[in-house]
Design a protein around this ligand. Structure first.
Ligand SMILES: *[C@@H]1O[C@H](CO)[C@@H](O)[C@H](O)[C@H]1NC(C)=O
Ligand SMILES: *[C@@H]1O[C@H](CO)[C@@H](O)[C@H](O)[C@H]1NC(C)=O
Length: 314
Protein backbone atom coordinates (compact mmCIF):
# COMPACT_ATOMS: atom_id res chain seq x y z
CA UNK A 1 0.00 0.00 0.00
CA UNK A 2 3.07 2.22 0.23
CA UNK A 3 3.06 4.75 -2.54
CA UNK A 4 0.61 2.98 -4.78
CA UNK A 5 -2.94 4.02 -4.16
CA UNK A 6 -5.44 2.18 -6.30
CA UNK A 7 -8.48 4.16 -7.35
CA UNK A 8 -11.40 3.32 -5.06
CA UNK A 9 -9.12 2.71 -2.12
CA UNK A 10 -8.97 6.42 -1.30
CA UNK A 11 -11.99 6.40 1.01
CA UNK A 12 -10.79 3.28 2.81
CA UNK A 13 -7.41 4.87 3.45
CA UNK A 14 -9.00 8.03 4.79
CA UNK A 15 -11.21 6.02 7.16
CA UNK A 16 -8.32 3.85 8.32
CA UNK A 17 -6.11 6.89 8.85
CA UNK A 18 -8.88 8.59 10.76
CA UNK A 19 -9.37 5.57 13.05
CA UNK A 20 -5.63 5.39 13.52
CA UNK A 21 -5.39 9.04 14.58
CA UNK A 22 -8.32 8.68 16.96
CA UNK A 23 -6.71 5.68 18.62
CA UNK A 24 -3.38 7.47 18.93
CA UNK A 25 -5.07 10.43 20.61
CA UNK A 26 -7.01 8.16 22.95
CA UNK A 27 -3.91 6.24 23.86
CA UNK A 28 -1.95 9.44 24.46
CA UNK A 29 -4.60 10.96 26.71
CA UNK A 30 -4.94 7.78 28.76
CA UNK A 31 -1.20 7.82 29.25
CA UNK A 32 -1.24 11.44 30.23
CA UNK A 33 -3.91 10.79 32.85
CA UNK A 34 -1.86 7.92 34.19
CA UNK A 35 1.20 10.09 34.20
CA UNK A 36 -0.60 12.91 35.99
CA UNK A 37 -1.89 10.45 38.55
CA UNK A 38 1.56 9.12 39.11
CA UNK A 39 3.11 12.51 39.54
CA UNK A 40 0.42 13.69 41.95
CA UNK A 41 0.87 10.54 43.98
CA UNK A 42 4.57 11.18 44.08
CA UNK A 43 3.93 14.75 45.20
CA UNK A 44 1.61 13.60 47.95
CA UNK A 45 4.14 11.10 49.11
CA UNK A 46 6.78 13.77 49.21
CA UNK A 47 4.66 16.25 51.10
CA UNK A 48 2.71 14.14 53.55
CA UNK A 49 4.99 13.18 56.35
CA UNK A 50 2.19 12.05 58.62
CA UNK A 51 -1.06 10.22 58.00
CA UNK A 52 -2.87 13.44 57.21
CA UNK A 53 -5.48 13.43 54.51
CA UNK A 54 -3.44 13.57 51.35
CA UNK A 55 -5.84 16.01 49.69
CA UNK A 56 -5.42 18.41 52.57
CA UNK A 57 -1.65 18.16 52.38
CA UNK A 58 -1.72 18.79 48.67
CA UNK A 59 -3.90 21.82 49.14
CA UNK A 60 -1.62 23.23 51.76
CA UNK A 61 1.31 22.68 49.46
CA UNK A 62 -0.21 25.32 47.18
CA UNK A 63 0.18 27.73 50.07
CA UNK A 64 3.84 26.91 50.36
CA UNK A 65 6.24 29.73 49.95
CA UNK A 66 7.77 29.36 46.48
CA UNK A 67 11.36 30.35 45.83
CA UNK A 68 13.53 30.08 42.75
CA UNK A 69 17.28 30.10 43.30
CA UNK A 70 19.02 30.74 39.99
CA UNK A 71 22.75 30.20 40.02
CA UNK A 72 24.65 31.53 37.02
CA UNK A 73 27.28 29.05 35.88
CA UNK A 74 29.00 28.07 32.66
CA UNK A 75 27.98 25.05 30.63
CA UNK A 76 31.28 23.25 31.23
CA UNK A 77 31.11 23.52 35.04
CA UNK A 78 29.58 20.06 35.46
CA UNK A 79 31.52 19.38 38.66
CA UNK A 80 30.35 22.51 40.41
CA UNK A 81 26.73 21.81 39.51
CA UNK A 82 27.08 18.25 40.72
CA UNK A 83 28.43 19.51 44.02
CA UNK A 84 25.70 22.11 44.48
CA UNK A 85 23.03 19.52 43.74
CA UNK A 86 24.46 17.52 46.60
CA UNK A 87 24.33 20.57 48.86
CA UNK A 88 20.78 21.62 48.01
CA UNK A 89 19.26 18.25 47.21
CA UNK A 90 19.80 17.17 50.82
CA UNK A 91 18.00 20.15 52.38
CA UNK A 92 14.27 19.82 52.86
CA UNK A 93 12.07 22.63 54.11
CA UNK A 94 8.54 22.01 55.31
CA UNK A 95 6.09 24.58 53.95
CA UNK A 96 8.32 25.68 51.12
CA UNK A 97 8.93 24.79 47.51
CA UNK A 98 12.45 25.76 46.57
CA UNK A 99 13.84 25.14 43.13
CA UNK A 100 17.53 25.51 42.44
CA UNK A 101 18.30 26.07 38.76
CA UNK A 102 21.56 26.63 36.96
CA UNK A 103 21.57 29.45 34.48
CA UNK A 104 23.74 30.03 31.46
CA UNK A 105 23.72 31.52 27.99
CA UNK A 106 23.65 29.77 24.64
CA UNK A 107 25.77 26.67 24.30
CA UNK A 108 28.87 27.21 22.21
CA UNK A 109 30.48 23.80 21.76
CA UNK A 110 29.38 20.70 19.98
CA UNK A 111 29.87 18.34 22.96
CA UNK A 112 27.77 20.57 25.22
CA UNK A 113 24.69 19.76 23.17
CA UNK A 114 24.74 16.16 24.26
CA UNK A 115 26.19 16.57 27.76
CA UNK A 116 23.88 19.38 28.81
CA UNK A 117 20.88 17.63 27.29
CA UNK A 118 21.71 14.53 29.35
CA UNK A 119 22.05 16.64 32.48
CA UNK A 120 18.65 18.14 31.81
CA UNK A 121 17.13 14.70 31.26
CA UNK A 122 18.40 13.59 34.66
CA UNK A 123 17.95 16.75 36.74
CA UNK A 124 15.75 19.18 34.80
CA UNK A 125 17.35 22.09 36.62
CA UNK A 126 18.99 24.08 33.84
CA UNK A 127 17.88 27.33 32.24
CA UNK A 128 19.56 28.33 28.98
CA UNK A 129 18.99 31.98 28.26
CA UNK A 130 19.09 33.60 24.87
CA UNK A 131 22.44 35.35 25.24
CA UNK A 132 26.18 35.04 24.75
CA UNK A 133 28.20 34.38 27.92
CA UNK A 134 29.35 37.70 29.29
CA UNK A 135 30.48 39.41 32.45
CA UNK A 136 28.94 42.72 33.30
CA UNK A 137 27.15 43.02 30.00
CA UNK A 138 23.65 42.11 30.96
CA UNK A 139 23.42 38.41 31.87
CA UNK A 140 21.69 39.42 35.09
CA UNK A 141 19.21 41.47 33.11
CA UNK A 142 18.60 38.60 30.71
CA UNK A 143 18.07 36.25 33.64
CA UNK A 144 15.46 38.28 35.46
CA UNK A 145 13.71 39.68 32.40
CA UNK A 146 13.39 36.25 30.75
CA UNK A 147 11.82 34.51 33.74
CA UNK A 148 8.21 35.65 33.30
CA UNK A 149 8.07 34.20 29.78
CA UNK A 150 10.08 31.09 30.59
CA UNK A 151 7.90 30.24 33.57
CA UNK A 152 4.58 31.26 32.06
CA UNK A 153 2.44 28.17 31.91
CA UNK A 154 -1.22 28.65 31.08
CA UNK A 155 -2.07 25.14 32.24
CA UNK A 156 -0.74 25.91 35.71
CA UNK A 157 -3.11 28.00 37.82
CA UNK A 158 -0.44 28.74 40.41
CA UNK A 159 0.45 32.38 40.18
CA UNK A 160 2.97 33.82 40.61
CA UNK A 161 5.16 30.85 39.73
CA UNK A 162 7.50 31.92 42.54
CA UNK A 163 6.98 34.45 45.29
CA UNK A 164 10.67 35.19 45.35
CA UNK A 165 13.54 34.89 42.92
CA UNK A 166 17.15 34.70 44.00
CA UNK A 167 20.28 35.21 42.00
CA UNK A 168 22.92 33.27 43.88
CA UNK A 169 26.63 32.75 43.57
CA UNK A 170 28.11 29.32 42.98
CA UNK A 171 30.48 29.77 45.93
CA UNK A 172 27.67 30.60 48.34
CA UNK A 173 26.10 28.08 50.67
CA UNK A 174 22.45 28.84 51.39
CA UNK A 175 20.85 27.17 54.37
CA UNK A 176 17.35 26.83 53.03
CA UNK A 177 15.41 26.35 56.30
CA UNK A 178 16.97 29.52 57.74
CA UNK A 179 16.31 31.37 54.52
CA UNK A 180 12.63 30.47 54.69
CA UNK A 181 12.45 31.32 58.37
CA UNK A 182 13.67 34.85 57.69
CA UNK A 183 11.33 35.28 54.73
CA UNK A 184 8.15 34.18 56.47
CA UNK A 185 7.42 37.49 58.23
CA UNK A 186 8.44 39.62 55.23
CA UNK A 187 6.23 41.17 52.54
CA UNK A 188 5.82 39.22 49.33
CA UNK A 189 5.77 42.40 47.28
CA UNK A 190 8.31 45.03 46.42
CA UNK A 191 11.00 43.27 48.45
CA UNK A 192 14.77 43.37 47.97
CA UNK A 193 16.67 41.14 50.36
CA UNK A 194 20.35 40.42 50.83
CA UNK A 195 23.69 41.48 52.19
CA UNK A 196 24.03 45.19 51.68
CA UNK A 197 27.25 46.54 50.14
CA UNK A 198 29.53 48.16 51.33
CA UNK A 199 30.38 45.66 54.04
CA UNK A 200 30.15 47.97 57.08
CA UNK A 201 26.79 49.39 55.93
CA UNK A 202 23.69 48.27 57.81
CA UNK A 203 21.26 50.38 55.79
CA UNK A 204 19.59 48.32 53.03
CA UNK A 205 18.81 51.53 51.14
CA UNK A 206 22.54 52.32 50.87
CA UNK A 207 23.50 50.99 48.33
CA UNK A 208 22.80 47.54 46.88
CA UNK A 209 22.85 43.85 47.74
CA UNK A 210 26.00 41.82 47.25
CA UNK A 211 26.31 39.29 44.45
CA UNK A 212 26.76 36.52 47.02
CA UNK A 213 23.01 36.16 46.62
CA UNK A 214 20.07 38.51 46.65
CA UNK A 215 16.38 38.05 46.45
CA UNK A 216 13.51 40.04 44.97
CA UNK A 217 9.80 39.46 44.98
CA UNK A 218 8.07 38.39 41.77
CA UNK A 219 6.54 41.82 41.07
CA UNK A 220 10.06 43.23 40.77
CA UNK A 221 11.00 40.48 38.32
CA UNK A 222 8.04 41.52 36.17
CA UNK A 223 8.97 45.16 36.53
CA UNK A 224 12.51 44.43 35.28
CA UNK A 225 11.01 42.78 32.22
CA UNK A 226 8.60 45.63 31.47
CA UNK A 227 10.40 48.78 32.55
CA UNK A 228 12.54 50.86 30.20
CA UNK A 229 14.93 51.69 33.07
CA UNK A 230 17.00 48.48 33.05
CA UNK A 231 17.01 48.38 29.24
CA UNK A 232 19.01 51.58 28.95
CA UNK A 233 21.46 50.84 31.79
CA UNK A 234 22.91 47.42 31.27
CA UNK A 235 26.70 47.70 31.28
CA UNK A 236 28.65 47.64 34.52
CA UNK A 237 29.11 45.58 37.66
CA UNK A 238 25.90 43.61 37.51
CA UNK A 239 24.81 43.69 41.10
CA UNK A 240 25.49 47.39 41.50
CA UNK A 241 23.63 48.06 38.25
CA UNK A 242 20.74 46.02 39.63
CA UNK A 243 20.61 48.28 42.68
CA UNK A 244 20.72 51.33 40.40
CA UNK A 245 17.61 50.16 38.55
CA UNK A 246 15.64 49.83 41.74
CA UNK A 247 16.71 53.24 42.95
CA UNK A 248 15.97 54.91 39.65
CA UNK A 249 12.63 53.13 39.36
CA UNK A 250 11.81 53.84 43.00
CA UNK A 251 11.23 50.13 43.53
CA UNK A 252 11.75 47.90 46.52
CA UNK A 253 10.16 49.97 49.23
CA UNK A 254 10.62 46.89 51.34
CA UNK A 255 14.20 45.99 51.97
CA UNK A 256 15.77 43.50 54.30
CA UNK A 257 19.39 43.55 55.27
CA UNK A 258 20.29 39.96 56.05
CA UNK A 259 23.67 40.94 57.52
CA UNK A 260 25.03 39.13 59.64
CA UNK A 261 22.99 36.10 58.73
CA UNK A 262 24.78 36.35 55.41
CA UNK A 263 28.50 36.88 55.37
CA UNK A 264 31.82 35.92 53.84
CA UNK A 265 33.62 32.86 55.15
CA UNK A 266 35.78 33.87 58.16
CA UNK A 267 39.10 33.45 56.41
CA UNK A 268 40.80 35.51 55.19
CA UNK A 269 39.27 38.01 57.58
CA UNK A 270 37.94 41.20 56.02
CA UNK A 271 35.23 43.67 56.90
CA UNK A 272 32.79 41.36 55.13
CA UNK A 273 33.53 38.22 57.12
CA UNK A 274 31.91 36.73 60.19
CA UNK A 275 32.48 33.62 62.25
CA UNK A 276 30.34 30.63 61.40
CA UNK A 277 27.39 30.78 63.76
CA UNK A 278 24.00 29.09 64.09
CA UNK A 279 22.03 32.11 62.87
CA UNK A 280 23.27 31.70 59.31
CA UNK A 281 21.33 32.06 56.08
CA UNK A 282 24.31 32.06 53.72
CA UNK A 283 28.07 31.75 53.75
CA UNK A 284 29.93 33.23 50.80
CA UNK A 285 33.41 32.89 49.30
CA UNK A 286 33.63 29.16 49.73
CA UNK A 287 36.52 29.08 47.32
CA UNK A 288 38.06 25.77 48.31
CA UNK A 289 36.84 22.30 49.08
CA UNK A 290 38.33 22.66 52.57
CA UNK A 291 36.17 25.72 53.28
CA UNK A 292 33.08 23.94 52.06
CA UNK A 293 33.84 20.91 54.20
CA UNK A 294 34.45 22.94 57.33
CA UNK A 295 31.22 24.83 56.77
CA UNK A 296 29.18 21.68 56.18
CA UNK A 297 30.70 20.08 59.26
CA UNK A 298 29.92 23.09 61.37
CA UNK A 299 26.25 22.94 60.37
CA UNK A 300 25.99 19.22 61.07
CA UNK A 301 24.55 18.51 57.66
CA UNK A 302 25.06 14.75 57.92
CA UNK A 303 23.67 14.29 61.42
CA UNK A 304 20.51 12.75 60.01
CA UNK A 305 22.30 10.04 58.09
CA UNK A 306 20.42 6.80 58.71
CA UNK A 307 22.42 3.97 60.25
CA UNK A 308 22.69 0.98 58.00
CA UNK A 309 24.59 -2.24 57.66
CA UNK A 310 25.60 -1.10 54.20
CA UNK A 311 28.14 1.48 55.33
CA UNK A 312 30.10 2.70 58.29
CA UNK A 313 31.17 6.29 58.58
CA UNK A 314 33.06 7.08 61.79
C1 LIG B 1 20.92 31.67 21.06
O1 LIG B 1 20.43 30.49 20.46
C2 LIG B 1 19.17 30.65 19.83
C3 LIG B 1 18.66 29.29 19.39
O2 LIG B 1 19.68 28.49 18.89
C4 LIG B 1 19.30 31.63 18.67
O3 LIG B 1 18.07 31.81 18.05
C5 LIG B 1 19.80 32.97 19.25
O4 LIG B 1 20.02 33.89 18.21
C6 LIG B 1 21.08 32.80 20.04
N1 LIG B 1 21.36 34.04 20.73
C7 LIG B 1 22.55 34.61 20.79
C8 LIG B 1 22.64 35.89 21.54
O5 LIG B 1 23.54 34.12 20.26
C1 LIG C 1 26.09 20.51 65.78
O1 LIG C 1 26.05 19.42 66.65
C2 LIG C 1 26.74 19.65 67.89
C3 LIG C 1 26.76 18.33 68.65
O2 LIG C 1 25.50 17.73 68.66
C4 LIG C 1 26.03 20.76 68.65
O3 LIG C 1 26.71 21.02 69.87
C5 LIG C 1 26.06 22.02 67.80
O4 LIG C 1 25.33 23.05 68.42
C6 LIG C 1 25.46 21.75 66.41
N1 LIG C 1 25.69 22.90 65.58
C7 LIG C 1 24.73 23.56 64.96
C8 LIG C 1 25.14 24.75 64.16
O5 LIG C 1 23.56 23.24 65.00
Amino acid sequence: MKNVVKPGNGKKIIIISFLFIVSVITFASINEIQFNDLSSIRKCAAYSHSEENSLLTMKSSENDIRILIGIPTLPDNHQRRHFLRLIYGTQAVAGAKIDVKFVFCNLTKEDQKILIALEIMLHNDIIILNCKENMDKGKTYTYFSSLPDILKDDSNPINPPYHYVIKGDDDTYFRLPKLVETLMPLPREDLYYGYVVPCPSMDPFVHYMSGMGYLVSWDIVEWIKDSHIPKRHMIGPEDKVFGDWLREGRRAKNRYNAKWSMYDYPEPATRCTHELWPDTVAVHRLKTQEKWVRTLEYFNVTHNLKPSKMYHIP
